[in-house]
Design a protein around this ligand. Structure first.
Ligand code: RFL
Ligand code: PHB
Length: 392
C-alpha cells in the first residue's frame, strides 16, 4: 500500500491530523494497535481551549460539541475551607473554555472519518517504522497472519507516551526532560449531577481534589492518591468520603454520590522530547510530551501540535515549500514548554508534597492568598488556563 502520510496512533492527535490532511486532499492512512472500542473506553481529558475548538470546527466535526459541550467562564480554587472564583472571561477579555470529553472528541472524529470512507487500520500488531532518515520511509504491521507495508512520504508519530515512534529513535539523536511526581490521581466517573456548575480545584492538607464534569448528569472527580494505591483498594464509599473531606463545607454538603462507572489511577509526569522532527518522522501529542493533568493542557497541546503539523504538510504539498515542516519542531516546542511550565506550577501549587513539609505548605497558602488578592496574579493564571496564543 502507498500513501502520502502514514499516521501511527488513532488517539485525538492522529485522528485530527488525518482530518486536516483529508480536508486538503492529502492521502493518509492511520494504523492503531488497539480496537476502536478500546480507544473510546479510555476516560481522559475534559477541558478544551478555544484553539482546540477552532481546529475541530475547521475540520467540520464541531456540531455536536457546540450543542452538547458546556462553555465555562471560570473555575474555582478551594483552600482553607472556602472557594474563590477565577473569572476567566472577565480576566482575559472574553475568553472561555469548553467542557467536552476527550471520548466525545474522539468519537466525533472517528465517525467523520468512517463516514468519509478514510482508512484506519485498528488492531494492528507489531507496528514498526522504517527509513524515516531516508527518502523512502514506511510503516509495517501485522494483521492476522500477514505482514503489511505502507510506503509513504512522511510518518506522523501520534502514538502516545508508550508508542513505538519515539522509541525507534536512537537515544543519541534526542534529548528528554522529565519530572515524575510522587503521587497519582484517582479518578471516578459517575452518573450524578456535578457538585457545582464550574470546576473546583482544591488544595487540602489531605491532598489535592478536583471536581469536574462531562455533562449536567455526568460527573468526573479526582483525588490525589499514593502511587502505591490500587484501584481495587478504593471502594466507591471510600472515594466519596475522601473527596468530601477535601472540599469546603458547602460543596461537601451538596455533593451527590452514586456508583462509579469508571475508576482509574493515573501517574503524574512532566516530560518533553527535543526535537519533534527526525528526518521524515514527526512526533505530535503525548508521543513527544506529557504534562501533569492539573492544567488540562495535554489534549490541547496534542491538538495544537497537529494543527501546526497539518498546516506545514499542506504547505509542503500545495505550495512546494518546506518552511512549515522545517520549523515545526521549534514552533511546537515553544508552546509546549510554556504549557509545561504552567502545568508544573499549578501542580506544585495544589498538591500535597510530603517532602517539602510545613514550609512548603505555608508557601502554597501564601501563594494562593496572593492569587485571590491580586488581579495581576489571577490574570496570569487565567490567560494560561484558557490557552496561550498559537505563536508567541
Ligand atoms: P493518546 O490519546 O495516548 O493516543 C495515542 C494512540 O496511539 C496508540 N498506540 C499505537 N498505535 C499503533 N502502534 C503502536 N505501537 C502504538 N502505541 C500506541 C494508542 O493505542 C492510542 O490510541 O495520545 P494523543 O493522541 O497524543 O492524545 C493526548 C491526550 O490523550 C492526552 O494528552 C490527554 O488525555 C491528557 N489529559 C488532559 N488533557 C487536556 O487537554 N485536558 C484535560 O482535562 C486532561 N485531563 C488527561 C486528563 C490525561 C489523563 N490521563 C489518564 C493520563 C486527565 C487524565 C486523568
Ligand atoms: C477532567 O475533567 O477530566 C479534567 C478537568 C480538568 C483538569 C484535568 C482533568 O485539569
Amino acid at each position: 500500500m502507498r500513501t502520502q502520510v502514514a499516521i501511527v496512533g488513532a488517539g485525538p492527535s492522529g485522528l485530527l491530523l488525518g482530518a486536516l490532511l483529508a480536508k486538503a486532499g492529502i492521502d493518509a492512512v492511520i494504523v492503531e494497535q488497539r480496537s476502536a472500542e478500546y480507544v473510546l473506553g479510555r476516560i481522559r481529558a475534559g477541558v478544551l481551549e478555544q484553539v482546540t475548538v477552532d481546529l475541530l470546527d475547521e475540520v467540520g466535526v464541531g456540531e455536536r460539541m457546540h450543542r452538547e459541550g458546556l462553555k465555562h467562564d471560570g473555575f474555582e480554587l478551594c483552600f482553607g475551607g472556602a472557594r474563590h472564583r477565577i473569572d476567566l472571561y472577565g480576566l482575559t477579555g472574553g475568553k472561555r473554555v469548553m467542557v467536552y470529553g476527550q471520548t466525545e472528541v474522539t468519537r466525533d472524529l472517528m465517525n467523520a472519518r468512517h463516514a468519509a470512507g478514510l482508512p484506519t487500520i485498528y488492531e494492528a500488531d507489531n507496528v514498526a517504522i522504517h527509513g524515516w532518515d531516508t527518502d523512502r520511509p514506511s510503516v509495517t504491521y501485522r494483521k492476522g497472519d500477514e505482514t503489511h507495508t505502507i510506503e509513504c512520504d512522511f510518518i506522523a508519530g501520534c502514538d502516545g507516551f508508550h508508542g513505538v515512534c519515539r522509541a525507534s529513535i536512537p537515544p543519541a539523536k534526542l534529548q528528554t526532560f522529565e519530572k515524575v511526581y510522587p503521587f497519582g490521581w484517582l479518578g471516578v466517573l459517575s452518573r450524578t449531577p456535578p457538585v457545582s456548575h464550574e470546576l473546583i480545584y482544591a488544595n487540602h492538607e489531605r491532598g489535592f481534589a478536583l471536581c469536574s464534569m462531562r455533562s449536567h448528569t455526568l460527573s468526573r472527580y479526582y483525588v490525589q492518591c499514593s502511587l502505591d494505591d490500587r484501584v481495587e483498594q478504593w471502594s466507591d464509599e471510600m472515594f466519596w468520603d475522601e473527596l468530601r473531606a477535601r472540599l469546603d463545607p458547602e460543596a461537601a454538603a451538596k455533593l451527590v454520590t452514586g456508583p462509579s462507572i469508571e475508576k482509574s489511577i493515573a501517574p503524574l509526569r512532566s516530560f518533553v522530547t527535543e526535537p519533534m522532527r527526525f528526518g521524515r518522522l514527526f512526533l505530535a501529542g503525548d508521543a513527544a510530551h506529557i504534562v501533569p493533568p492539573t492544567g488540562a493542557k495535554g489534549l490541547n497541546l496534542a491538538a495544537t501540535d497537529v494543527g501546526l503539523l497539518g498546516h506545514a504538510l499542506i504547505e509542503h504539498y500545495h505550495e512546494k515549500s518546506s518552511a512549515g515542516i522545517d520549523h515545526y519542531s521549534a514552533r511546537a516546542l515553544r508552546r509546549v514548554w510554556k504549557a509545561e511550565r504552567f502545568s508544573w506550577w499549578f501542580t506544585t501549587l495544589m498538591h500535597k508534597f510530603p517532602e517539602t513539609g510545613a514550609f512548603g505548605q505555608r508557601m502554597q497558602q501564601a501563594e494562593l492568598e496572593y492569587l485571590v488578592g491580586s488581579q495581576a496574579a489571577r490574570t496570569t493564571m487565567a490567560e494560561n488556563y484558557v490557552g496561550l496564543p498559537l505563536e508567541g
